[in-house]
Design a protein around this ligand. Sequence first.
Ligand code: GLU
Length: 480
Amino acid sequence: MKQLRTRFAPSPTGYMHIGGLRTALYSYLYVKKHGGKFILRIEDTDQGRYVEGSIELIYRSLREAGLYYDEGPDVGGEYGPYIQSQRKNEYLKYAKQLVESGHAYYCFCTPERLESLPTVNGARRYDKHCLHHVSKEEAERRIANGEPYVIRQNMPTEGSTTYHDAVYGDITVENAELEDQVLIKSDGMPTYNFANVVDDHLMAINCVMRGIEYLSSTPKYNHLYDAFGWEKPLYIHMPPIMKDAQHKLSKRNGDASYDDLIEKGFLKEAIINYIALLGWSPKDDSEKMTFDELLQKFSIEGINKSPSIFDPQKLAWLNSLYIKEMPFEDFCNYAKRWIEKTPLNGKFSHELMCKLVQGRIERFGEIEEKLSFLVNFDKFDKELYFNKKQKTDSEVAKQVLPHVQARLQTVDTWDNATLYQTLVDLAAELGVKNGQILWPTRIALTGLSATPGGASEVAEILGKDETLRRLSISLATLND
Ligand code: GLU
């Protein structure tokens, strides 16, 4: 069997959308499993959609996600160039070849004429006017005179076409339903529909994996392959990714891209793991899988036909699992850039802050909010001292907090273990439950009903001075 060659062919529109990343991931997993080659091709024939810097963003996102390509614009390869705009001259040559063989023709219809064509099922269909009314000689003359033109594919009008997709099976369409699509636009650039076929052939691509939105165009591509006498690739189309039952996930409609997710503090491992599950499931139904496990388990049979819904909560859950199992040092390093941009930065021990939150966040973007009590200490309601289970309220607080204050003043080794022991020893001395000391102390130090960490952890991170300062403020308000 020939070596498997598949490609990821994004358009440089400014971001790596989730569907694109999934295509890249599945292509990579599939091809690596079969010892094939994974190729990156930039599809920038639609210059109107080009966004500065987005090609670099594609390179960076793929590398960051671990999807290393064997050939591509920045790594080279024997089938380059790998950027379509740099291949511009190729396409016209091939389109002319199709004009010669009768599989394509020049079209000079004005936008006004095209607009006036009747619609079929809501879509305007070209009526082959120029095929029938403009001879090849006339076409050449008009082109020589500088008249704008496009080249259209000449679709058969009778019979049907059956094509095969590895996920969706055999599909048959009536040829009469296939439009004479434009292959070369009036600016001389190829359409996506033409360029992708020519390039896939020239780059010896024998496996095409992409989103389902291209499934219905596949018979048109097959007619092109047949017209050229080229071998068709294996098609693998993937189900849509939805935001909800009605709407597709789309960056253009404000849904998150890969970079947005990274910015919110999702780990690339969790994103990749989650994206793998959007339209595919392994035989054993595992959910949390390392990249190596994905490589082992991935198969085309596991790709679902039905749409999958992007569930941010499930992604957050997976992410929290990855965060929890990060080695502490890695967590601290990774957390730096989130903490750096907050008022917490430099005020407290980085390690202690990390210790406090590692097991308590679903994404890194939550750190600031989770630890905001360290920098914000506002007036609070005395009712917060009330806790039925711990049998405390503001009266208990009034009695125990002066003791806590006095005792903490004597502590020299200011760490969680010592502080905890000091507070429980104090509870025993006073003959009260541990909670009757710990709860009021934590409330007095934070003014919040819930915080990550108990009284001793909070005191440790605040430091002795700040702990004592907050205790006296809280005591003064209690006695107001
Ligand atoms: N350039 C197309 C896109 O970004 C790729 C389609 C394909 O893989 O053929 O959607």
